[in-house]
Ligand binder design. Structure first.
Ligand code: F6R
Length: 243
């Protein structure tokens, strides 16, 4: 894994956005894999700026998203579909029909997982963006998820529900289940970019770079990917000074 340590969140977002922009320039009809959460918001802002300036265009780009809460329709403000429109899609020249995410209110969850796996087979990302959970999760693949997993429904752990509750009015409103791409789907991307910012990610970053590869630390599998880059800011890198 290539590791880039930058000063702060803003620099992480800038370096990440430059990597994304280059891929979009190289392949204007390519596929980009996207994530939600606090981490990528700055990167999305920079991509919006680049699109507004005319540096890049999303007209031919397809997107796939990692995950979606189960039970929330795309109109719900806390759904990841809403997040993507709010933080990126509504501000760039993408065709919204070319954006893909699991349907949180699909009547048949198993059929929805199968549908999404087919989408992912057809749209192999040229680059997949990831954040990392404080427990080392990637997408909603919590510790213990098999490395050969594909899209599935997960019961969220207490620590993830607690981490995500900051965006809801109360912790009781956080959905308990979610659809998520599996680890095998993520590893299928041609390139992976994982971002980490802030002291609350320092332990996860340390474990990612120093511990052995184990299903107890889902992100650890990224060490075996042929083209994975980690960008972390100084706070997130604070425990790995000697690397
Ligand atoms: C988001 C996702 C999650 C987050 C992770 C970090 O689509 O799949 O794995 O990347 O929970 O979240 P933040 O960025 O909010 O710290």
């Amino acid at each position: 894994m290539k590791t880039i340590i930058v000063k702060n969140y803003d620099e992480m977002s800038k370096v990440g956005a430059d990597i994304f922009a280059q891929i979009i320039l190289d392949k204007p009809n390519g596929v980009i894999g996207l994530a939600t959460g606090s981490t990528p918001i700055g990167l999305y802002k920079k991509l919006i700026e680049k699109c507004t300036n005319g540096e890049i265009s999303f007209k031919g780009i397809h997107t796939v998203n990692l995950d979606e809460y189960m039970g929330l329709p795309s109109s719900h403000e806390q759904s990841y579909a809403f997040f993507m429109r709010d933080n990126l899609f509504n501000h760039i020249d993408i065709d919204i029909n070319n954006t893909n995410i699991e349907n949180g209110v699909a009547p048949d969850a198993q059929a929805e997982c199968e549908r999404y796996n087919k989408v992912l087979d057809e749209l192999r990302p040229d680059i997949q963006l990831l954040g990392i959970g404080s427990n080392g999760h990637i997408a909603f693949n919590e510790p213990g998820t098999p490395f050969d997993s594909v899209t599935h429904v997960v019961e969220l752990t207490e620590s993830t529900i607690k981490d995500n509750s900051r965006l809801f009015d109360s912790i009781d409103e956080v959905p308990t289940h979610a659809f998520t791409m599996g680890i095998k789907n993520i590893m299928n991307a041609k390139k992976i970019l994982i971002l980490a910012s802030g002291a609350n990610k320092a332990k996860a970053v340390y474990r990612l770079l120093k511990e052995k590869i184990t299903e107890d630390l889902p992100a650890s599998i990224l060490n075996t990917h042929a083209d994975c880059t980690l960008i972390c800011d100084e706070a997130a890198a604070s425990l790995i000074n000697n690397i």
